[in-house]
Write a protein that binds this ligand. Structure first.
Ligand SMILES: Nc1ncnc2c1ncn2[C@@H]1O[C@H](COP(=O)(O)OP(=O)(O)OP(=O)(O)O)[C@@H](O)[C@H]1O
Length: 202
């Protein structure tokens, strides 16, 4: 399966275009890094690929077909700030069930303690909460995962644990991974190939 962005263009209101004629192609099973300067539109692109926003120009295709407008989205996004990605008034168990009944092996792989399911988001550390966000994004129908500065806020140990688990799951399930990060060492360690934002933006 291939995720393709073709001639994407986006800008907010009457601001300057962030990107135009932006092409990107990602194959299932690949881990690709996207690096570029701050504020140029990487998060905006990630939101478009995952269906949160609609591009003003161009299309996003999965195996040549437009992405589904309804139902489970096969391209899932994990954000930098897990606390902003969850409803603080829902217990963790309910948040996790949003993407369907979670696979117990997935929870185990991500080091998620069943006892935490009863807690509120504010009762977990950033690293623990981010692991829940990853688990929620890895429903059985996920084919591509976009990690937008996914571990930037975590300490080195939590960062290594999360990536170790995600890479193992991606391999088992042949997922495509797009790793957006400003840390070249992380990207070099994780990715099969690296895309420079500047080389794609016109
Ligand atoms: N909802 C919005 N309305 C208006 N402008 C926005 C909105 N979201 C982002 N922007 C602006 O669009 C530009 C690109 O933002 P974006 O978050 O996509 O960049 P980025 O490359 O991911 O940056 P960073 O690496 O710092 O996270 C920024 O100038 C930002 O201020």
């Amino acid at each position: 399966m291939r995720l393709e962005a073709k001639k994407l263009g986006y800008r907010y209101a009457n601001d300057a275009w962030l990107f135009r004629k932006f092409d990107l192609s990602l194959q299932q099973g690949e881990t690709v890094g996207l690096v570029g300067p701050s504020g140029r539109g990487k998060t905006t692109l990630a939101r478009i690929l995952a269906g949160y926003d609609t591009p003003l120009e161009g299309t996003v295709m999965l195996d040549g077909q437009p992405l589904p407008k309804r139902g489970y989205h096969p391209v899932q996004l994990v954000f930098q700030h897990p606390e902003e990605a969850v409803n603080p008034r829902w217990r963790i168990g309910r948040i996790l069930n949003e993407g369907g009944q979670p696979d117990p092996f997935l929870l185990q792989e991500l080091g998620i303690d069943q006892g935490w399911l009863e807690r509120w988001p504010g009762e977990l550390s950033g690293g623990e909460l981010q692991r829940f966000c990853v688990a929620r994004a890895l429903g059985p129908q996920t084919r591509f995962l976009i990690a937008d500065e996914m571990t930037t806020m975590l300490d080195a140990v939590s960062q290594a644990q999360v990536w170790h688990s995600v890479l193992a799951i991606a391999k088992q399930r042949n997922l495509g991974l797009l790793v957006i990060s400003h840390e070249p060492s992380l990207i070099r360690r994780l990715c099969d190939r690296v895309i420079e934002w500047e080389s794609l933006v016109h």
